[in-house]
Design a protein around this ligand. Structure first.
Ligand SMILES: O=C(O)COP(=O)(O)O
Ligand SMILES: [Mg+2]
Length: 228
């Protein structure tokens, strides 16, 4: 008798708050940016709460929090400098969550295609991936398409590039933005609870909740994972 086919042939990951704890790095980056404007540094709580909608929105929230104008033109004017500081920052203040490289290798060995779909800008994404030796079959960053999550296009593009289908893809993220993205695409969603935003107001409950990345293996590698 043939084994049951796996439920998931493709897994796509969010980056910040899911595979890496980037809050200490972004706190430092934002603080250097704000210091040039003679403004106080961000707290780690502020930093965590500002991550998830991409670099431009992070910059906007940082400016807003320190009482600067934060309309589109004002943010555009500052974003060039912010992105320069962000892109030049070493990866050393980012912390890889436990078991990530091993879990990615296990998925690969099992023939699962793996992708990354993040709102993080392209240059700092690649700095982090190279520093931690993480590689994916497709990488969609905040700069790849005109749309950012929670619009469905970035995740749809990742799934298409992997040759997968929404129904047989698991999207793994840490925020309601990711949950809304998965909903818009029509794929199941696993929430990594160690990330930044585990309270949901608009999205439905996650299909799965995992407290660490290796916990995914039990879901994805099961021959007859509960159909999502
Ligand atoms: O907001 C960001 O820049 C990064 O966010 P993400 O990796 O969680 O999509
Ligand atoms: Mg995230």
């Amino acid at each position: 008798m043939q084994p049951e086919p796996r439920t998931f042939g493709t897994v796509v990951f969010d980056l910040d708050g899911t595979l890496i704890d980037s809050a200490p790095a972004l706190q430092g980056i934002a603080s250097r940016f704000l210091a040039e404007l003679d403004a106080a540094p961000l707290t780690i709580e502020e930093t965590r709460s500002f991550i998830g909608n991409g670099g431009w929105r992070f910059c906007q929230r940082a400016l807003e929090s320190r009482g600067f104008p934060s309309d589109d033109d004002a943010v555009d004017a500052h974003y060039v400098r912010f992105l320069k500081i962000y892109s030049a920052a070493p990866a050393s203040d980012n912390v890889l969550f436990p078991g990530v490289p091993e879990a990615l290798s296990r998925l690969r060995e099992a023939g699962i295609a793996i992708g990354l779909c993040t709102n993080k800008p392209e240059a700092p994404t690649h700095v982090v991936l190279e520093a931690f030796g993480l590689s994916f079959d497709v990488v969609v960053t905040g700069d790849t398409l005109p749309q950012n999550k929670p619009a469905p296009e970035p995740l749809m593009a990742a799934i298409e590039a992997l040759g997968g289908t929404a129904r047989h893809t698991l999207y793994v993220g840490d925020s309601e933005i990711d949950a809304l993205t998965a909903e818009a695409v029509g794929c199941p969603f696993a929430l990594h609870t160690a990330g930044y935003h585990d309270t949901f107001e608009m999205a439905g409950p996650p299909t799965y909740r995992i407290d660490d990345i290796p916990a995914l293996l039990g879901i994805v590698l099961a021959r007859d994972a509960a159909s999502a």
